[in-house]
Design a protein around this ligand. Sequence first.
Ligand code: IMP
Length: 430
Amino acid sequence: MATIILVGSQWGDEGKGKVIDIYTEYADAVIRFQGGANAGHTIVIGDQTIILHQIPSGILHPDKLCIIGNGMVLNLETLVDEIDDLHRNGYFPDPSQLLISEEVHLVLPYHRLIDVGKEEQAGAKKIGTTGRGIGPAYEDKVSRKGIRFVDLFDEKVLREKLESNLAEKNPYLVSRLQQPPCDANEIFDAFRGLGERLKPHMANISVVLDRLVKEGKQVLFEGAQGALLDVDHGTYPYVTSSNTVAGAVCAGCGIGPTMIDGVVGVVKAYSTRVGEGPFPTEQLNETGTKLRDRGKEYGATTGRPRRCGWIDIVALKHAMRINGFTSLALTKLDVLSGIETVKIACAYKVNGREIDEFPANSGELASCEPVYEEMPGWDQDISAIRDYDALPPSAKNYIDRLQELLEVEFILVSVGYRRDETIVLENPFA
Ligand code: IMP
């Protein structure tokens, strides 16, 4: 297999970053295809900590090509911070290692102000966004007001777009959202400067990918967020503003579906979510606190504590169907060690009936009661285990039951934070 998509199957934060790091070893190129700086990936190497929000972590390996696809919304101001941080730490010496789609839409200062202002105004009805301007940037893309990377190199187009956008947005920012107005000249100068600095990275990604695939190179598509935050198939309206499912790779990079060889879904051994929205298996009790503390469940981008609960098969089967997973990676199994009884939600009860399909209506989902299957847990610290057969029998039973319910196999089991605390059962590219 040459082209593999790796996506989250829950509400993001499944531990994709670690799996991506492991699979990057096998890949020649790593590509992001949706989302933006709402994602976050903290990499600890010795005493260095590097936080990447937009650049694939493959950038830490000098021989891997890293690509920012057109389906993302790119914040150039924070991108240069990421690049500077990499340079400071001695990484990314060769600029040709990073390519940015000429078609990618940009996050502008007014997008962040609108995001934050709208959330403040929404009060109890807020979405709980990351405040990175992601939604307003995608809104502009769809309403054909967006500014793309390539537009930075056409002074006339850039000035016209900025002026017409701000004529509309400034009154909205000031009167409706009580936010400061933006100055078109200031943004023009700043973004022309950013454009000049980043121009060497600009490329036609679709052409590059076509060449890589024809040369038989191994390409890894890196998803951000997770299936249940997908703007179409997630818990709408409590979702992000892009399609997070595997199918988004094609539109988000300019590659045809026939070019994709496999889809790996990352499944955390329990569930978490940040921000607002329904979460049927949430544990607002000691179990939830235990999962949060043991799993260090705090947002990588915003630092917010994550809501925690049991694994949810109804939601995961929905994720399976909308992504077409060919294999699965199980993460954070070690966090469940020491829990006497582990629970798996296999169905929901709502309005007196039992259902096993994920409701489209967020209100209905919020009133669903999970129907749990209980299994004995395990006590042992499993982080030193590298051989699947050496896992405690109860841990293996848990994995077997998940596989049985989901009808797809796990090809990786993560048993700890560190890179080597992993049981790799199969190379997805093999
Ligand atoms: P936005 O993507 O900032 O607009 O936020 C919309 C929703 O998606 C909020 O509930 C966020 O908490 C959530 N979200 C966005 N990015 C991530 C992520 O990388 N991990 C987990 N949740 C995310």
